[in-house]
Design a protein around this ligand. Structure first.
Ligand SMILES: Nc1ncnc2c1ncn2[C@@H]1O[C@H](COP(=O)(O)OP(=O)(O)OP(=O)(O)O)[C@@H](O)[C@H]1O
Ligand SMILES: [Mg+2]
Length: 482
């Protein structure tokens, strides 16, 4: 059923007067990022963790003595069957979702089904079994603790907004709410990736003087999926009372950010490209005689451990291929006593990944077709949007749909925009906002073809609606689900 979800976003300026801290989490399939707004206000920022990193791999594992390994430490775990990869994408989905969402059975922990709940159970080799909500809770808790630092320790905890891909249904979002409850997080809002990115773009590229409106195509490509959203930036005049009491006394111009169209494609992210390249490298290694030292009875010798190392090498090579025309892929001791080394060219990679990349560019073509009013600019977000073939196909799609050759904008931080936008959203849901003490500065209207909005979200909405900037805005997406 197609219904209505609205993210109210008003009073961006509240971040300068926010009473408590707010945290935005970009809960990615591969990496999780956390942006923070401190008690004394200011724009959100990403704090490096103890390792100096600004993102954390979305991995949970268990060491020999059963100790919990999170992020980088799980990535380095000796036992690859004890590490849960891709657990985020099991939230609220049946056990078969792992193959559906990721497409490849590269992950070596087992999944079973809890019959009474019909949800998957992640089974690690150490004998520890977890529901996806429990794994999600561990990840979110650790990420917030790791990155929000001082913020996480404050009484009541920081207010948290979590960004998830636009295709997440109510059921998946409810599973995320459950995970946040298990983690003890003060979840105030779940925001879609494109809406968070749109907010951050609005902060970094506000309308210029005399510019009445701007329509931007925001295109995201992450590790597992891609989306395209048409977002219109404009402004309206609102009467506000800066003091929060009595009648409205001042008129201010409120930026208004409206998502007009959204479309997505699953199974087309950087991870899927890595999987293709890793399979290609495995074929090369076997053809090069890697298995002569240690053949397996089933033929070939590239087991799970070797494959996971090839995946890591493929990812490195693919990322380098975004700037160079060739890259080395090397794995020391791929199989006992055999190193593997080869060179991959960009042309080879593009031949392998063309089908995936073509699908990744489709959401943009879809939204443009359904929005005849046209666009003024394009903005890219998500790590895999750096892929040159993706950029070329995207430009082709835009030029075919609009007849214009628009440049691909990179005004926001490609990797961090979603976390920063989510933190803005979290900062918005404060007592100051609810009491209407701060004047409205921006409103965001999002759309979704799904029924959305959890209990926590409804509670988080302001009850009293004093001026337009505080109204919940509901909107129905006019085109069918992509
Ligand atoms: N220079 C680059 N060229 C190509 N791909 C890159 C580059 N840098 C990062 N990536 C890819 O971007 C992906 C990670 O992007 P991002 O952090 O946006 O994904 P995510 O949020 O974890 O996943 P999702 O959005 O699907 O949930 C990885 O697949 C990574 O290899
Ligand atoms: Mg992402």
């Amino acid at each position: 059923m197609s219904v209505i979800f609205a993210v109210l976003f008003s009073q961006l300026n509240v971040i300068v007067s926010v009473a408590g801290v707010a945290v935005g989490v970009d809960f990615g399939a591969i990496s999780t990022r956390v942006a923070v707004v401190m008690r004394d206000g200011g724009l959100p920022y990403l704090h490096p963790n103890a390792l100096g990193a600004r993102s954390m791999p979305s991995l949970i594992g268990f060491g020999d003595r059963g100790e919990r390994l999170v992020g980088e430490r799980a990535d380095m775990a000796a036992c690859i069957s004890c590490v849960f990869h891709g657990a985020r994408d099991l939230l609220g989905l049946p056990a078969t979702a792992m193959t559906r969402a990721w497409g490849y059975a590269f992950f070596k922990y087992n999944l079973t089904t809890v019959p009474e709940r019909r949800t998957p159970l992640l089974v690690s080799l150490t004998g520890k079994n977890f529901l996806p909500e429990e794994v999600g809770a561990m990840l979110l808790k650790e990420a917030v603790k790791d990155f929000a630092g001082e913020a996480a320790g404050q009484a009541g905890g920081p207010r948290v907004a979590v960004a998830v891909p636009p295709q997440w249904t109510q059921r998946r979002r409810q599973a995320l709410i459950d995970a946040c409850n298990i983690a003890g997080l003060n979840l105030t809002s779940i925001i879609s990736d494109h809406a968070a990115a749109a907010l951050q773009y609005g902060v970094e590229q506000p309308l210029r003087k005399g510019e009445r409106r701007r329509t931007v195509l925001i295109v995201g490509l992450g590790a597992t999926s891609g989306y395209a959203a048409i977002v219109r930036y404009s402004a309206y005049t609102a009467k506000v009372n800066p003091g929060g009491r009595g009648r409205p006394s001042a008129a201010v111009s409120v930026p208004y950010i409206a998502v007009k169209r959204i479309a997505w494609e699953e199974g087309v992210g950087g991870w899927h490209m890595d999987a293709l390249l890793a399979k290609h490298l495995a074929g090369q290694a076997e053809a090069g005689g890697a298995c002569s030292a240690a053949p397996s009875p089933a033929g070939g010798c590239i087991g799970p451990r070797a494959m996971s190392r090839l995946l890591a090498a493929a990812r490195k090579a693919r990322e380098v291929l975004s700037v160079n025309t060739e890259a080395a892929a090397q794995v020391t001791d791929l199989v006992p006593g055999r190193d593997f080394s080869t060179t991959v060219t960009r042309a080879q990679f593009e031949d392998l990944a063309r089908e995936i990349v073509e699908r990744a560019a489709k959401p943009a073509a879809r939204v443009l077709r359904s929005y005849p009013a046209g666009i003024d600019a394009i903005e890219l977000v998500g790590g895999a949007s750096r892929t040159p073939l993706f950029q070329a196909l995207l430009r082709q799609a835009v030029s075919a749909a609009t007849g214009r050759d628009l440049p691909l904008g990179r005004h926001v931080n490609t990797d961090e925009a979603v976390a920063l936008g989510a933190a803005l959203r979290a900062a918005n849901v404060t007592a100051a906002v609810k009491d209407g003490r701060a004047p409205p500065r921006a409103a965001l209207q999002d759309i979704s073809p799904f029924t959305l909005g959890g209990r926590r979200q409804r509670r988080a909405r302001p009850r009293r609606r004093r001026h337009p900037g505080l109204e919940d805005r509901f909107h129905r997406q006019r085109h069918a689900r992509p």
